[in-house]
Design a protein around this ligand. Structure first.
Ligand SMILES: [Fe+2]
Length: 246
């Protein structure tokens, strides 16, 4: 599949522009430096729906990653195979004007604006690739897949980062693409915990409203360095039937 750029309508451009402007009004003080740097490097702007060919030229030069067009949610094996191959699956369709704030499944604004800027960061990319290799090794174990899914959720989708001198910031794409949660997640209304792979893998999450807790890393390298611990947790818990119901 490829992005059919000339099929985008006036409404698509308007939706991209509105969402982009709204988020970029908020994020300069809320999002992680690496993410904001990525937005600049990718030349994302309010007037233009990103062109995947241009994105791939830029990513190719920075981390060697690429974006791969998918129709929507794809099976987990295929998802991790793409990531392992340094290809990030993204949709090309945009939500309609009347669904700016609620979506049944991720659209291009989430996939592209939320996820792609951080793919300019090598440590984050290394984590994503090796996490996917690990996930593929356990892909036939439903409990392991569930525990790994929680780790992905609380980092790649809903992660926070706190670097010395830079305060608490957002790097998770699920937050970065949501105006409500971008503001909410940094308030005192929800507890924040230091990144702990085992604790995360034993913690359930919400898919239909804001998270009630967030986990904070101190660097993207910390994610990569946690992978041996992630595997240890899998080996410890991957046969505990009781966890299936958790
Ligand atoms: Fe996502």
């Amino acid at each position: 599949m490829r992005q059919e750029y000339d099929k985008y309508t006036e409404e698509d451009f308007k939706v991209w522009g509105l969402l982009f402007a709204r988020q970029m009004n908020l994020l300069p003080s809320l999002a992680s430096k690496a993410y904001l740097q990525g937005i600049k490097e990718m030349n994302f702007c309010v007037e233009k729906i990103p062109n995947f060919q241009e994105i791939n030229q830029i990513l190719g030069k920075t981390t060697g990653w690429a974006v791969e067009v998918v129709p929507g949610l794809i099976p987990q094996r295929e998802f991790f195979e793409l990531l392992q191959d340094r290809k990030f699956p993204a949709t090309t369709w945009l939500r309609k004007m009347e669904e700016l704030d609620y979506l049944e499944e991720p659209d291009m604004f989430h996939d592209v604006f939320g996820h792609l800027p951080l793919l300019t960061n090598q440590d984050f990319c290394n984590f994503l690739r090796d996490f996917s290799t690990l996930s593929l090794r356990y892909i036939d174990n439903p409990l392991a897949v569930k525990l790994l899914g929680r780790l992905y959720w609380f980092t790649v989708e809903f992660g926070l980062i706190e670097k010395a001198g830079d305060g608490l910031k957002i790097y998770g794409a699920g937050i970065l693409s949501s105006s409500g949660e971008s503001v909410f997640c940094l308030t005192d209304q929800t507890p924040k915990y230091r990144f702990d792979a085992e604790k995360i893998m034993l913690t359930d999450y919400y898919i239909d409203h804001f998270q009630d807790k967030y986990f904070v890393i101190d660097s993207y390298k910390q994610l990569f360095d946690s992978l041996p611990e992630v595997e240890r947790v899998l080996q410890k818990h991957a046969h505990e039937e009781a966890l299936m119901a958790a």
